[in-house]
Design a protein around this ligand. Structure first.
Ligand SMILES: N[C@@H](CCC(=O)N[C@@H](CS)C(=O)NCC(=O)O)C(=O)O
Length: 262
């Protein structure tokens, strides 16, 4: 297996997600219930937002390969992530992240107060679809990708062009995160996809996408909130490679703690 990027921290060192010492109760006694699947990149956005803000929440893992019948009735969607905030359901990963950021201002802000920085964050979020499309092309498909060979030069150039927007922003704002020295909504929105493309390209296409992204990936890996929400790399990589898919967990029972189905 071709794996070029090796994170500096091992999964075993990670504190359990939502551990009481790292989290604070949301202000005004608000209750957050988070419905998730630990391997879904959209759900990881919300997990990251809650963890970065240190907001205590109840976590309910949904097995997407065997969805409970109450789920859609209760949340009004068949997809994860969703949250209930004081009993009201909210869906769509980015909307949820913005909601918790706006609502819980006592916790660190994910959207910078500074107007120019905020503009930079929003521009990167808008860049997301281009990055995703370049990533899927790199893998030779979409959520499932049969490619087992290196992508063409043109496809690689497409990916590198999409990544260039990210690394330019890292440099411009002094890093190590996309817009400055602490993670923002741009990291929350994009990092779950960047990390999955990097891993899948490495294990399925023998292609090292890290290049200029190495320092960024290391900066993510140094964050408790990241390590607690991203699966153990080798096991996740083996599962992605076995199924040629980034959503194999829609069809096979797997979890954040055990990414490889039994
Ligand atoms: N636009 C949604 C996408 C969520 C989504 O597609 N989640 C996938 C898991 S990664 C899902 O719930 N799949 C289950 C299904 O399709 O039934 C968001 O951003 O929250």
């Amino acid at each position: 297996m071709y794996v070029s990027y090796q994170p500096q921290t091992k999964f075993a060192e990670i504190a359990p997600r939502g551990s009481a010492d790292a989290m604070r109760a949301p202000a005004n006694g608000a209750q957050i219930t988070f419905f998730t699947h630990g391997l879904c990149p959209y759900a990881q956005r919300v997990a990251l937002a809650l963890n970065l803000k240190g907001l205590a929440h109840e976590l309910i893992e949904i097995d997407l390969s065997n969805k409970p019948s109450w789920y859609e009735q209760r949340l009004g969607t068949s997809l994860v992530p969703a949250i209930e905030l004081d009993g009201s359901p909210f869906t769509e990963s980015l909307d949820i992240c913005r909601l918790v950021d706006d609502r819980f201002t006592e916790a660190p802000a994910l959207l910078p107060k500074d107007k120019e920085l905020r503009k930079a964050v929003e521009a990167l979020i808008m860049h997301g679809p281009r990055l995703e499309s370049a990533g899927w092309r790199l893998l030779g498909g979409s959520w499932s990708f049969p490619r087992k060979s290196r992508p063409s030069d043109a496809v690689r150039r497409g990916w590198e062009g999409a990544v260039d927007t990210l690394t330019t922003s890292v440099r411009q704002h002094g890093g190590p995160f996309l817009v400055g020295d602490s993670p923002t909504l741009a990291d929350v929105a994009l990092a779950p996809f960047i990390a999955r493309f990097e891993l899948a390209a490495s294990v399925c296409c023998s292609y090292d996408t890290t290049g200029e992204l190495r320092e960024y990936l290391d900066a993510l890996d140094a964050l408790d909130a990241w390590r607690a929400t991203f699966p153990e790399r080798d096991a996740f990589g083996r599962a992605i490679s076995r199924y040629g898919s980034l959503d194999y967990f829609d069809f096979h029972t797997a979890t954040l703690a055990q990414p490889m189905p039994e």
